[in-house]
Design a protein around this ligand. Sequence first.
Ligand code: ZID
Length: 232
Amino acid sequence: GKKAFIAGVADDQGFGWAIAKCLAEAGAEISLGVWVPALNIFETSFNRGKFDESRRLSNGKLMEFANIYPMDAVFDTLDDVPQDVRENKRYAGNEGWTVSECAAKARGVAKDVGKIDILVHSLANGPEVQKPLLETSRRGYLAALSASSYSYVSMVQRFGPLMNPGGAAISLTYVAADRVIPGYGGGMSSAKAALESDTRVLAYEAGRKYQVRVNAISAGPLGSRAAKAIGF
Ligand code: ZID
């Protein structure tokens, strides 16, 4: 079976979960990268059976995850993590959650069970998404790009070497990258434009280097936590 690593699942409402479900139906083994501040509630809900109904596969079994890793895709290495984040109580209880450390953990797994075939980036964050671009701060804009665009570059960089030739990386984009969508502010439209351009360049580079495909899907609307937060 294929091995998939999916970053950006923290409940059963978003695209990451839906993709996990499809891959599980197709027989893939799935590992998750869960945003550190959301991990505790995700695991608690999971263990209490809150997701059991949506874990049910057509064969009657429940979808299982081979690994659930804490992850924060705005940090590449431990050196990048500022003191206040290191000491934050939601982060301090977890370790190895930067992108490079997640890849290193996955590599440990890969040694035992084989390399990754499918890499999914289903994450975005724009702290000022509710503000029009005209009112967006530099900090908010750069945060949107860091979480929503560079995070994909970082993942393909760090996970690319762990992927089987013929594998595929995929991210989720939005048409606001090339058309004006009022309400999709805070630099999120810019972030999706960067994501789409980077996807083309990464496809060229990682295609040659690792023989993997790199794509982005422009998603239709889904009532995820992220979408509800911006009233979409
Ligand atoms: P979600 O909240 O389920 O997933 C986002 C995940 O990102 C959450 O689990 C967060 O914990 C995680 N996350 C945030 N920051 C970090 C971080 N630093 N490190 C690691 N994880 C982090 O929401 P979702 O499923 O909507 O989002 C998944 C992807 O789909 C994102 O890239 C979205 O931008 C993209 N997407 C979603 C929608 C939608 O409708 N839900 C649309 C387009 C793209 C869209 O808004 N018509 C109208 C609207 C839309 C499409 C068509």
